[in-house]
Ligand binder design. Structure first.
Ligand SMILES: [Zn+2]
Length: 316
């Protein structure tokens, strides 16, 4: 018998998405980005998925994935925290399986047992740069940019620095959205910029696959989340949840009662800022002007790293 033979019936593909979503609800070690990654594995869009699991979640996840003819191999190492960034992301380092400080470890998941083992060997040997990321289906541009991320430079700073100031951005690489909702249409990696074409291609492909795998309504919701405008002001990341963009007068109107805040690099005087009471923003050249009930509340000059407005649109 061919060990790698796929036996999932094509007619049942639309059940796979909902089954994976139910796995997300059972364990924190499997998230909605991983749901899309499994779909990508089954559709040949990527070869290997890397998951960090613990003893408790391992069997649950591996049993579910094996029902879809996916193989999982366990890393020879455990993992422990190396450092945390100001965004709360935890970066890890490898440690011995008997290290009492660590309980989590990596599994490599693939439709082919051989490929999963190849990925494990590559991670063990820290192989040729970029080889393992290719198996994961991560764009090379994003992998290169990821190497700039360190304790003093988190992914948001890297992303903003690589994204020129514009009036609109495509929604497809908006990783900022998952600071608020933890969902996105691309895999679990850091896009190099909001205009990364390779990430956009992944998001669009996943959008195409959504109906095949029974994920239409959740994907619609995730795309809506990725389309919400983001204001970054004095180190606070603000997601505008109820908004409309007036094409005629260029005003972005929003409901100040329906905003979500994420403390990133919060400035000492951030709470007193005029922007909080506003309900509308208009871009005039390099300036962002704020209004409340049609009356000006103030303005600032847009910058790359902070004090910035990101409006997302369907851009093809
Ligand atoms: Zn990229």
């Amino acid at each position: 018998m061919n060990k790698d033979k796929t036996t999932v019936s094509l007619t049942n593909l639309h059940c796979i998405g909902p089954e994976l979503l139910s796995l997300c609800r059972k364990t924190d070690c499997f998230n909605t980005r991983n749901v899309l990654e499994v779909i990508a594995l089954l559709s040949g869009l990527k070869k290997v998925m890397r998951l960090v699991v613990d003893n408790k979640s391992h069997d649950l996840i591996v049993n579910k994935l094996s029902a879809f003819n996916l193989y999982a191999v366990r890393s020879h190492w455990n993992m422990k925290t190396s450092f945390r960034t100001s965004l709360g992301d935890v970066y890890t380092e490898l440690t011995d399986q008997n290290d009492p400080e660590s309980s989590s470890f990596v599994i490599m998941v693939s439709p082919k047992d051989k490929t999963a083992k190849e990925a494990r060997a590559l991670e063990d040997s820290s192989g040729k740069k970029g080889e393992i990321e290719k198996l994961f289906g991560y764009p090379l541009c994003c992998f290169r940019s990821y190497r700039n991320i360190c304790k003093n430079r988190d992914w948001l700073e890297e992303l903003l620095n690589n994204t020129k100031i514009k009036e609109f951005y495509p929604w497809c690489a908006n990783r900022i959205a998952y600071l608020f909702n933890e969902n996105s249409m691309f895999f679990d990696y850091f896009p190099c910029s909001l205009e990364c074409d390779n990430t956009a291609a992944i998001s669009r492909k996943m959008q195409e696959l959504a109906p095949v795998y029974g994920l239409v309504s959740v994907c619609k919701k995730w795309i809506q989340e990725m389309c919400r405008p983001v204001l970054i002001r004095k180190g606070v990341v603000v997601q505008l949840r109820e908004f409309n963009f007036n094409d005629q007068n260029g005003h972005l109107n929003f409901n100040p009662q329906k905003i979500a805040l994420y403390g990133w690099k919060v400035a000492a005087d951030a709470d007193k800022d005029f922007t909080w009471g506003s309900d509308s923003i208009k871009r005039i050249g390099k300036e962002l002007h704020f209004f409340k009930n049609g009356k000006s509340t103030g303005y600032f000059i847009e910058e790359i790293n902070d004090n910035r407005l990101l409006v997302f649109k369907e851009i093809l």
